[in-house]
Design a protein around this ligand. Structure first.
Ligand SMILES: [Fe+2]
Ligand SMILES: [Fe+2]
Length: 139
């Protein structure tokens, strides 16, 4: 059972970004399933730290790829878009910090935050660059 399920409504039809979004969904599911499958706190700590770090690194790579393309084509909403990426990174850094300070288990709030943020950002913010990039000939 997936915690966050991919759906065609998340497609931007820009192949690189669709692949990256799908990978982000996969990492959120891995974190969720990994935590559920743990039998000891030590195991949970290790999986949580490793998967969260992987998620942060990959999210930054993805945001960087979107921002590079936006800058290449002087995307008009670059500033607002980049700001949303930064807010996400800040919030996740806080969550990682909280977890390292008190590794008593990731709360459901963390998973809900990740799921809500990514689905909302893709459908309400990323979606705005689609027609712009398509007009520039980006596939
Ligand atoms: Fe984005
Ligand atoms: Fe994105």
């Amino acid at each position: 059972m997936s915690f966050i399920r991919w759906d065609d409504r998340y497609l931007t039809h820009i192949s690189k970004f669709d692949e990256q979004h799908q990978h982000l969904f996969k990492l959120i599911n891995e974190l969720h399933n990994g935590v559920l499958a743990c039998s000891t706190l030590e195991e949970e700590k290790e999986i949580t730290k490793r998967t969260l770090a992987e998620l942060v690194t990959y999210a930054q790579e993805h945001f960087g790829a979107e921002e590079d393309l936006m800058q290449t084509y002087s995307y008009p909403q670059f500033g607002e878009h980049q700001n949303e990426h930064e807010q996400f990174c800040l919030r996740v850094s806080e969550l990682v910090h909280d977890y390292i300070t008190n590794p008593a288990g990731l709360s459901l709030d963390v998973f809900l935050f990740l799921r809500d943020w990514i689905t909302k950002h893709v459908t309400e913010t990323d979606i705005h660059y689609v027609s712009f990039f398509k007009e520039q000939g980006v596939e």
